[in-house]
Design a protein around this ligand. Structure first.
Ligand code: COA
Length: 180
C-alpha cells in the first residue's frame, strides 16, 4: 500500500535507509552516514514543501521516495533532493516503479506549480537509471568523477530531469507573431 509518510514513520524510514545503504553503489551514503539528522532533514523538507511516499506491507515500511522544493523563488517550479529506496528483500517486485509513478502522478495532479523533477544517479547504477528513463527522465549531463564507488574509484554522476508533460513552462522564446 502506498501512502504519504507521516512523522511517526521516522524510525522505520531510518532503518530502511540504513539497510539499503548496505548495498554497494546504490544510494551515496554508507549505513553509518544514514544519520538521524539526515532522515529528519529530508522528511522535514518533503513535509514542508514536497512529497514523501512510503510503501507499507503488514505494518513494515519497505519502500520510500521523497523530493522537495529548494526553497527559493527562482526554483519554485522544481522538485529536487530526490531519493528512492526499496528494501533488498522486496526489490524487483515493482515497488520502486509504483512509488515513483505515484510521486509523478501527484506532481501532475496536485502540484501545478511543479514543472521539473530532477535527480542524480551514478553511472553504474544501471537499474535505477533504467527505471528513471522508463518513467520519462532524460539524462541531461554527466558530472565527471563526482562520486566514489565501493572500490574507492570516483565515477561519473548523471543529472536526470523530468518535465511536466504538455504544459511546460511559459514560453520565453518569441513566437512567430512576435517576430513578424
Ligand atoms: C532502484 C530501486 C529503487 C528499484 O526498486 P525496485 O522495487 O527493485 O524496482 P522495480 O521492481 O519497480 O523495477 C523497476 C525497474 O527498475 C529497473 N530494475 C530494477 N531492478 C533491476 C535490476 N536488478 N537490473 C536491471 N534493472 C532493474 C528495471 O528497469 C525495472 O523495470 P522492469 O521491471 O520493467 O524491468 C531499488 O533497486 C533500490 O532501492 N536500490 C538501492 C537504492 C538506490 O540505488 N536508489 C537510487 C539512488 S539514485
Amino acid at each position: 500500500m502506498i501512502r504519504t509518510a507521516v512523522a511517526g514513520d521516522r524510525a522505520q524510514v531510518l532503518a530502511l535507509y540504513r539497510l539499503v545503504a548496505t548495498i554497494p553503489d546504490g544510494i551515496a551514503r554508507t549505513p553509518e552516514e544514514v544519520s538521524e539528522d539526515y532522515v529528519d532533514g529530508f522528511m522535514r523538507r518533503a513535509g514542508a514543501d514536497g512529497i514523501e511516499l512510503v510503501w507499507e506491507e503488514g505494518g513494515r515500511i519497505v519502500g520510500e521516495i521523497h523530493a522537495s522544493c529548494p526553497g527559493i523563488a527562482a526554483l519554485a517550479h522544481l522538485l529536487t533532493d530526490l531519493t528512492i529506496a526499496v528494501a533488498p528483500d522486496v526489490q524487483r517486485r515493482g515497488i520502486g516503479r509504483a512509488l515513483f509513478q505515484a510521486l509523478l502522478d501527484q506532481v501532475v495532479e496536485s502540484m501545478p506549480h511543479i514543472h521539473r523533477v530532477e535527480l542524480f544517479a551514478r553511472v553504474s547504477n544501471q537499474k535505477a537509471r533504467s527505471l528513471y528513463q522508463s518513467l520519462g527522465f532524460v539524462e541531461e549531463g554527466r558530472l565527471r568523477a563526482r562520486v566514489n564507488n565501493s572500490h574507492g574509484i570516483a565515477e561519473d554522476d548523471t543529472l536526470m530531469g523530468w518535465l511536466r508533460p504538455a504544459a511546460g513552462l511559459p514560453a520565453i522564446s518569441p513566437t512567430p507573431k512576435d517576430t513578424a
